[in-house]
Design a protein around this ligand. Sequence first.
Ligand SMILES: Nc1ncnc2c1ncn2[C@@H]1O[C@H](COP(=O)(O)OP(=O)(O)OP(=O)(O)O)[C@@H](O)[C@H]1O
Ligand SMILES: [Mg+2]
Length: 297
Amino acid sequence: MTSSSARQKTLGDPALDDDGEAMVAVEQRNHRDIPETPYGVMAAKALNVYYGDFLAVRDVTLEFGHNEITALIGPSGCGKSTVIRCLNRMNDLVSSARVTGAVTYHGQNIYDRDVDPIEVRRRIGMVFQKPNPFPKSIYDNVAYGPRVTGMKTKNLDEVVEQALRGAALWDEVKDKLKQNAYGLSGGQQQRLCIARTIATQPDVLLMDEPCSALDPIATSRIEDLMMELRQQFTIIIVTHNMQQAARVSDRTAFFTAQADDTTGNRTGLLVEYDKTATIFSNPKDKRTEDYISGRFG
Ligand SMILES: Nc1ncnc2c1ncn2[C@@H]1O[C@H](COP(=O)(O)OP(=O)(O)OP(=O)(O)O)[C@@H](O)[C@H]1O
Ligand SMILES: [Mg+2]
């Protein structure tokens, strides 16, 4: 935004662009003070990600705040999923993927040789775009993580109940825990996947477009749930829904893709990272402004 101070908007208002047109109307349900700079649980440092020779994302440096929700937004192909997958070494599972730079978790580079990726994924859990419950009972879905990771629990029933309560699903499923998870609605399945993830007691939750397969009511439930989970977890969410980013997140990182002059390859980069209120009402970079006002992407 060029001369923005005169028309700073709060997030309840539709921001206006230079022509006086309404930008994306955003509502913030999330009024709370956060520090100017995040108290970082995790950070990406000079992160580059290649698929074979193709540089998909370059030079991403980003700090994720403790008990905050950070939204990653930007046009399709700018590398949001690539970045979020790096944060718990999910890209290890893509054979052509290569990561340089560092991702630190409580100061430790998770890409160090002696770090166990399974342990990384237990502490930094992930929820995917499409609900992906296992073809097992509701109970066994949630108990799966504690069982396979050999988590020491006195009472697995209690762990399952706590996780289902944490995911705001308990009341809907408490009488049918032995039924197959496929019998649940899409929104319930996604909350089950959240329960399955939090059952292993991670402290970071990564969510890659967790609501894109859900209707508005189920989406709203997941958003409410995220705001509750934030008290316990650090959450990083990729979303295409700018209202959602504005509603739930504390900070927003805007990415875009830029074509290389010689090869024409489009590489993702981080344009701007700030408090969500600032990104949506007073962005510093023209590219951010164009994107949030719907002129691009
Ligand atoms: N497994 C892969 N192998 C090769 N290239 C990939 C792979 N995954 C992603 N890419 C490429 O990396 C770039 C970034 O893709 P990515 O999926 O991270 O973007 P995105 O921002 O999540 O997009 P969308 O909003 O459509 O989900 C794209 O050019 C994409 O084609
Ligand atoms: Mg993606």
